[in-house]
Design a protein around this ligand. Structure first.
Ligand code: TRP
Length: 451
């Protein structure tokens, strides 16, 4: 960015919260959480997940907020500014690459949501049974190009919003989409709980059966905590650079965390009882919402309307998250390479869509390409969520907990001393030892180094 150019941030506190919560709440909560909980034993997974959110997610989020708002720069610039003359800028670069990679597979599923909006609008689920709904899903994702077209469409909308800028793009659309999302998910929960046999689903979600929890499940819970809170790759750091110097960072992070966890649990309540009620296997994997919900909607009065609104809102949830990922490399190109915002966005969206195309096609024409026994999409998801994000988390902890002068952190968290920060020592302790040690232990366990 040219030095004489004022940097535009979020206009209001509410706008900042909407944008940050918009980034956190996404397909991760509504599409991913229920199926990961489903494949990892339900209630036990939920407990471990919440434990990680509080013990690791919260401090890491606060650290990202502190770093970003301190520097008021993109991810790369932040580390160069806070750690001049060191190699820390490489971490900034890594997070920009990770953001790009995550968006490439995030766009795939977001594209599916658009197809489902279309299918609902054209009333395609009417009169179909479970097998047929299943077949609609499998035929669609394996179609040679349909999913690709929706993927491109979704990326174009994402790019359009980002071209609008921080206030007129990100903040404005988040403020509209987030409240709508909340209303519809609550309505869905109420409906889902009234289905026959729904208690079984609630029991599955809330009753912890620890025998079903494996080491892999624990890593999945950690990965999911990072993924769902948008941590570990510069997204929240970049957004935080737009937060006003008057806002209370601790306060905002608590609100974002609460909203994100709440929506994940609500999504579980909306989906898992229906899964049981319709006799679907909760271990259905990534297709879970796409297979269960169309069946639920069919049973309802005005089912078509429910379906359309749900998939539109799923698209919104995806959009407010996708824009936050795209903003990471866009802010970098604009500020470090003096590129125009529109040019940077257009360029990046094109590159990311091309990379993402491989993910989208990995359910169809490229399904035989296997990486460590996974298709390209699952491998990409695994690499990002379970490896890159936690590593990013460790690095954030090391940077804020060990490298950076604690006075800087306290100064930024307390708005130059005007807010009272309690438990600062505990916070630093967690950042320095507990959070990174926890992440490391889980890693070592997964890779068989310790048992
Ligand atoms: N948190 C979002 C979700 O739950 C996805 C997301 C946005 C994300 N930005 C991110 C995930 C950065 C990891 C890193 O869907």
């Amino acid at each position: 960015m040219k030095k004489d150019q004022a940097r535009i941030g979020f206009k209001s506190n509410l706008g900042a919260i909407a944008a940050l919560a918009g980034s956190a709440v996404g397909l991760g909560n509504i599409w991913k959480f229920p199926y990961i909980a489903g494949t990892n034993g339900g209630g036990a997974f939920l407990l471990v997940y919440i434990f990680f959110i509080l013990l690791i997610g919260f401090p890491v989020m606060l650290a990202e907020f502190t770093l970003g708002r301190r520097s008021q720069q993109n991810a790369f610039g932040t580390f160069r500014f806070l750690a001049p003359g060191t190699k820390w800028f490489l971490f900034g670069a890594l997070s920009i690459i990770a953001a790009t990679l995550i968006l490439s597979f995030y766009g795939t599923v977001s594209g599916w949501t658009l197809e489902y909006v279309w299918l609902s609008l054209t009333n395609s689920f009417e009169g179909t049974n479970a097998q047929e709904v299943n077949a609609i899903y499998t035929d669609f994702i394996s179609h040679p190009y349909k999913a690709l077209l929706w993927h491109i469409g979704f990326m174009a909308i994402t790019a359009g919003i980002i071209m609008g800028g921080v206030q007129k793009g990100i903040e404005r659309y988040s403020k509209i989409m987030m409240p709508l999302l909340f209303i519809i998910i609550i309505a869905l929960c109420i409906n889902s709980m009234s289905l026959p046999g729904s208690t079984q689903g609630l029991k599955f979600l809330f009753f912890p059966e620890f025998s079903k929890l494996t080491a892999n499940g624990i890593l999945a819970a950690l990965g999911q905590a990072f993924f769902s809170l948008s941590l570990g790759m510069g997204t929240l750091l970049t957004y935080a650079s737009y937060i006003s110097k008057r806002d209370n960072l601790m306060n905002i992070s608590l609100k974002v965390i609460t909203t994100d966890t709440l929506v994940a649990v609500l999504a579980g309540i909306a989906i898992l009882p229906a899964v049981f009620s319709f006799g679907i296997d909760p271990q259905a994997g990534p297709g879970l919402v796409f297979i269960t919900l169309p069946q639920v909607f069919q049973q309802l009065p005005l089912g078509e309307l429910w379906a359309v609104s749900f998939f539109i809102l799923l698209t919104f949830a995806g959009l407010t998250s996708a824009i936050s990922m795209l903003e990471v490399p866009v802010a970098y190109l604009v500020e470090e390479k003096n590129m125009k915002r529109t040019t940077a966005t257009g360029l990046l969206a094109t590159v990311i869509t091309i990379i993402g195309g491989f993910n989208t096609l990995s359910f169809g024409p490229l399904r035989n390409v296997q990486i460590l026994g996974m298709n390209i999409f699952d491998a990409c998801d695994y690499l990002c969520s379970n490896i890159l994000l936690p590593i990013g988390g460790i690095l954030i902890c090391v940077f804020a907990g060990w490298y950076l002068d604690k006075a800087i952190i306290l100064h930024e968290m307390s708005n130059e001393g005007s807010l009272k920060i309690r438990f600062f020592k505990v916070y630093i302790l967690i950042l320095k030892y507990i959070a990174p040690a926890c992440i490391l232990l889980i890693f070592l366990n997964i890779f068989g180094v310790i048992k």
